[in-house]
Design a protein around this ligand. Structure first.
Ligand code: PHE
Length: 338
């Protein structure tokens, strides 16, 4: 009874007091052990009850000891200063950041929307007709192989199923369902069976642009892409057109822009030419308009297609395209707030 009262009334707040408590009530030479030693002098019939009471005493001492040692912790005396300050502001929550390709796609969309282009979308799994046939690729045209197509179902001609190799399929779908004037850009993911390296990937992104109306001219194409280059890469940017070939445009041109990194002076990125290629383009071939039910005698149009990866690499000086798909947060975090 006496020990029970002692244990209950003891308050321990330092390491030293805790050790004193342990020695007094829990050690081999302590008071509780001493009582256990007395058990042998207790009449047999009372031994069970008294033994039980002693056990309770021991457990109580043990429980209180554990409680105090947890709160005293490492043994340092706890003071108000050691406790967490609940009035401090919460650390800012860290949000994810937009992917650099998303940032570039948004910027491209912004620039073209200011020129009156809206945004269209289309399927990534496409038939041969929408990816090639309607775009004036002749039957058995080598370009089907040239673009390293991933076929899903082959042998059905224009109904072959494939992963689109460019976003030009959206051009066709858009012209099928709307009548001119059409002014739209088509961002999206495309697929080509290419070996993955610092400069190529089998999955990448394009933005296609299409403008069809009465009297759309090659000059409109040039002006549009010149404006785009200046907005995207800076006021001093110039563009250069090189003759090229695409089955769905005639004439066709490859568009180069002044190298964003060296401002045209020559560096590794532009292989010391001062120019980097950013897009394919041209006047929509009359056959393509016809395939989509648009009268080429009344309407003309231009189209262009650019790679989002390429532009992002120029914009942020990124040297390896694989970084875009590795999802390494050390890379991705660098675009927070961009
Ligand atoms: N579709 C072409 C490509 O992927 C790019 C392009 C689009 C060229 C529109 C001209 C006009 O290479």
């Amino acid at each position: 009874e006496e020990l029970l009262q002692q244990i209950n009334s003891t308050v321990v707040s330092t390491k030293e007091e805790l050790e004193a408590f342990r020695l007094a009530y829990l050690s081999k030479k302590g008071k509780v052990t001493a009582l256990f030693d007395e058990l042998k002098n207790v009449p047999k019939e009372d031994r069970k009850a008294i033994g039980g009471a002693l056990n309770n005493l021991k457990n109580l001492a043990q429980a209180r000891f554990e409680e105090w040692s947890a709160s005293i912790g490492s043994g340092e005396n706890k003071t108000v200063e050691d406790l967490p300050d609940l009035t401090l502001p919460v650390p800012p929550h860290s949000y994810g950041s937009l992917h650099p390709l998303t940032l570039t796609r948004k910027r491209i969309t912004e620039i073209f929307s200011r020129m009156g282009f809206d945004v269209s979308d289309g399927p990534e799994i496409e038939t041969d007709w929408y990816n090639f046939g309607a775009l004036n690729f002749a039957e058995n045209h080598p370009a089907r192989e040239m673009q390293d197509t991933f076929f899903i179902e082959k042998g059905a001609g224009k109904d072959d199923v494939l992963l689109r190799t460019h976003t030009s399929n959206v051009q066709i779908r858009l012209m099928n369902r709307t009548k001119p004037p059409i002014r739209s850009i088509m961002p999206g993911r495309v697929f080509r069976n290419e070996a993955i390296s610092a400069r190529a990937h089998c999955i990448f992104h394009q933005v296609e642009g299409l403008y069809v109306d009465r009297n759309v001219s090659f000059k409109d194409l040039k002006d549009t892409l010149y404006y785009f280059a200046k907005e995207m890469f800076g006021k001093d940017s110039k563009i250069r057109l090189r003759p090229s070939f695409f089955p769905f445009t005639e004439p066709s041109a490859e568009i180069d822009v002044t190298c964003f990194i060296c401002k045209g002076k020559g560096c590794n990125i532009c292989k010391h030419s001062g120019w980097v290629e950013i897009a394919g383009s041209g006047m929509v071939d009359p056959n393509v308009l016809q395939n989509c039910g648009i009268d080429p005698e009344v309407y003309t149009g231009f189209a262009f297609g650019m790679g989002i990866e390429r532009i992002t690499m120029l914009r942020y000086d990124i040297k390896d395209l694989r970084l875009f798909t590795e999802n390494d947060v050390r890379f991705l975090r660098q675009f927070s707030g961009a």
